[in-house]
Design a protein around this ligand. Sequence first.
Ligand code: ADP
Length: 262
Amino acid sequence: MRPVIVKLGGSVITDKRKPFTVKRAVIRRLARELKEVWEPLVIVHGGGSFGHPLALKYRIAEGYRHRKQLIGISHTHLAMERLNRHLIEALQSEGIPAMACQPSACTLTANGRIESMDLRPLRKMLALGLVPVLYGDVVLDAAQGVSILSGDQMVSYLARKLGASRVVLGVDVDGVFTSCPKKDSRARLLRVITPEDVELVQSMEKEARGDVTGGMRAKVQELLELARLGIEAEIVNAARPNVLREALKGKRGLGTMITGGK
Ligand code: ADP
């Protein structure tokens, strides 16, 4: 069976303004919503206030340059494992057989792009009925030593390799806007983005503050890769109760669809 792939944004499950702060009530609610999805599920989550501040401090996304970064690599990875544990525990409390999948142990990148990922254990987990939970991570990189692999890139890769039936990205805003809705009150929600909207995507703000993986623009770019292959995705507001659940159950048009044709 084709799995559903869901990304829980770091902006949803952590408080990005406070280092190492999880939104416990939100995580519990999301676990209840995910429990209602009956198809095989792969969960990926972002770094939020756990991974990003450390990755920035030790300049990990720029690659390995100095021994001093080694302890930073270790810290960044552990921070992500801690956040992952919060999520796994919440999922387990709802009876979801969640199992952590450590991306850095099965993935190599080259200049920040996935070169290989051993998906055999993950496929076996799915076949058994387990729910793999992956996360943005520090990974070893063939060209630059180390890199930061975003949850968004992983979602796009997994969707292609596993032939996802549905891809949903949960963020803390209603979808993709013409500009950042937190800064621009005139920002307009875009209902559909297709590969033809190249200029629009280029014009989007590149870097999210304190974020090492490129913010909303990078998300849209990853999902456009899928759209070109005929795999439709949607970016929805997972901070609003029940939106993620409905999207995962197949309801469309709740946020911004990234798709092959209008
Ligand atoms: P996450 O951590 O959940 O993966 P990000 O924080 O990287 O997500 O991206 C979501 C954030 O992107 C939103 O909270 C919003 O402030 C910001 N943003 C910037 N530009 C846009 C845009 N054009 N449309 C929607 N959100 C945007």
